[in-house]
Design a protein around this ligand. Structure first.
Ligand code: B12
Length: 213
């Protein structure tokens, strides 16, 4: 089994030392840091499934989150900044009622590596805070992270608040997180949605070019 394959296993086993060890080995072997993060995301999905089935408790989800955060901290400096200067500005936050921020932070790291200027509003961000941030920072794109089914409603309310403030034509909206299936997209009506940060960066570039994403 290669380092990246056993990395998924180490995360699911909540074995912090083994996970960090595998990451170190993978980086040394020249594995793309984006692939390492993607593997970690797979591990986190399995942790989530176990929580759903009642095999893991909240404490185990918290532990997995701590392991992932440490991995992300060690991998982030390896993300090569492929562009100098700004390609565009994005205001990003996790929507109201949702405190998940690991995925958002990975998306931010990849966006910055690709030359985006990012304004991070944090987690549990109410719709009016997104609206104020658009007025203040005049971004090209607004990114929302939304991981909970119950947060689909606040994601929709955020898009509506932007529309009601007369700002919808000035920004493109992308939503990230695993809950954005076809129904949620039809309801929320973002310009793009993804459950993968690398795809998210590609979509953001398309949105900047004005292409349909
Ligand atoms: C870790 C975790 C937690 C941690 C979060 C720690 C933190 N600082 O983020 C803690 C323990 C706090 C937590 C709490 C809860 N959680 Co939780 N959690 C998870 C878990 C296991 C992993 C999430 C994660 O970090 N994944 C890794 C990252 C890298 O992946 P990602 O988030 O999908 O992000 C990627 C993309 O989506 C994308 N992306 C994300 N955001 C954005 C934004 C933009 C703009 C772009 C372009 C891209 C992008 O890029 C990322 C990298 O590729 C998931 C399981 C899962 N499958 O998601 C459950 C999960 C999301 N949690 C769940 C639940 C139920 C909860 C709780 C309600 C549990 C409880 N009873 O209290 C609370 C809710 C708290 C709240 N109000 O938000 C459920 C949600 C189910 C649902 N349908 O609503 C899940 C799916 C688990 C499950 N299968 O049951 N959780």
């Amino acid at each position: 089994m290669s380092s990246v394959e056993s990395l998924v296993e180490a995360i699911v086993d909540l074995d912090e030392q083994a996970a960090l060890g595998r990451v170190g080995e993978a980086l040394e072997a020249g594995v793309d840091p984006v692939e390492i993060l993607e593997r970690c995301r797979q591990g986190m999905s399995i942790v989530g499934e176990r929580f759903e089935k009642g095999e893991f408790f909240l404490s185990e989800m918290i532990m997995a989150a701590e392991i992932f955060t440490q991995i992300a901290d060690s991998v982030r400096p390896q993300l090569k900044r492929s562009v100098t200067g700004n390609v565009g500005k994005i205001v990003i936050g996790t929507v109201e009622g949702d405190v998940h921020d690991i995925g958002k932070n990975i998306a931010i790291a990849l966006l910055e590596a690709e030359g985006f200027e990012v304004v991070d509003l944090g987690v549990d961000v109410p719709p009016n805070k997104f609206v104020e941030a658009i007025k203040e920072h005049e971004p090209d794109i607004v990114g929302m992270s939304s991981l909970l089914t119950v947060a689909i409603e606040s994601t929709k309310q955020t898009v509506d608040a932007i529309t009601e403030a007369g700002l919808r034509d000035r920004v493109r909206i992308i939503v990230g997180g695993g809950r954005m299936d076809e129904h949620a997209r039809d309801y929320v009506k973002p310009d793009a949605a993804t459950d993968n940060a690398a795809t998210g960066v590609r979509l953001c570039k398309q949105l900047l070019r004005g292409a349909e994403a």
